[in-house]
Ligand binder design. Sequence first.
Ligand code: ATP
Ligand code: MG
Length: 388
Amino acid sequence: MIRYSEIFLKSEPVKRRFISIMTENIRLALEAEGLTHRIETPRGRVLIYGDEPRRIAAAAARTFGVASASVCTVTTADIEGISATAVEHAERRLRPGMSFAVRARRSGVTGFNSQELGAAVGSAVLDRIPEARVDLTAPDYEVFVEAREFGGLVYDEMIRGPGGLPYGTQDEVIGLLSAGIDSPVASWLMMRRGCRMVHVNMRSGRFGGEDEEKNVLANHARLSAWVPGHPLDLLVVEMEPFFEVITGLKEPRYRCILCKRFMLRVAGILAEERGAYALVNGDNLGQVASQTLANMAVIAPATPVPVLRPLIGFDKEEIIERARVIGTFNARPGNVGCTVAPRYPSTAAPAETIAQIEEENDVASLAEQAARTVRRYRAKNGVVEEAG
Ligand code: ATP
Ligand code: MG
């Protein structure tokens, strides 16, 4: 049984659409793992039937929009059938001396209410395991029982899902993906929020480390594993000609601002071409010189396309923790250092100075040219391939 998160707050037609997108995504996830199954969506529930319920629950519990998944036993929707199955569950995990609670629900079934169901199941458990005791506030063991139109359900475990909204329920965004830790987490958060994702990476060429491309591709591939069955594109853009220009300038301290503005400019061009509504990056307030409020205010206007910064208020520890769970944390990224960054970057660049430097060096055309150098990679189910 799958529980969904905020989808239940939606109006009926929206809810129906979101659930059908979510169940299609679950189907794709199970198909990617070769798990044969059947999905049913009775009122308020998503039920998946199959021969390998544990693997099915684990795979479904990675799907965006899913709050949790439980392996259930299906019984008849009456007190006798449900009690007998609940006792079987309790016998496996409820030891003498432990406390327990029965959590009962009932809907579309008459003859008893949920309190009566809970009490009946509780006394059936106590009959079998008299050394156990009831504790409804902080039990050692919980068994969940539901009586519904389609039958009874009994379970005692929940696998937490990622929550969020089903992938594809929101429009396309362009995620600026680097070899680092932050941007894959930023991208994942927007995918979890339902946005269809396209990644863009700016390749530093001879100005970057030799392990950069490998790490970017690994990040991209791992993120694609969160949306099984969906192709995830990565557009790689050449930034070397731009770096040639800015490394020749006499004032090195504005390089990072110029670089970040350039990235947004190019990504903005690609977004407008594709009809994507927003860019996403891993900016995090105060993390580096280019992420002070003053510099972000100078960087953001480089593109008319809105920039989403889901990590803006996170602590680095929180980002790393999430990166580990997502699977993109790499403790040994190798050589990914940027050789363009100056030793003393400006933390508050004057907007007029930046505008003048860009004007003098015709950065607008450099950005147009860079946007024409796109090489495309396509990832699916965690595997990435060059796609031309
Ligand atoms: P880390 O994750 O270790 O902080 P980073 O790649 O995020 O490294 P930042 O200087 O913090 O480096 O960059 C801020 C944001 O700009 C990134 O989160 C990412 O969205 C974007 N970005 C940085 N470098 C690139 C790149 N080469 N290509 C595309 N986007 C990039
Ligand atoms: Mg960063």
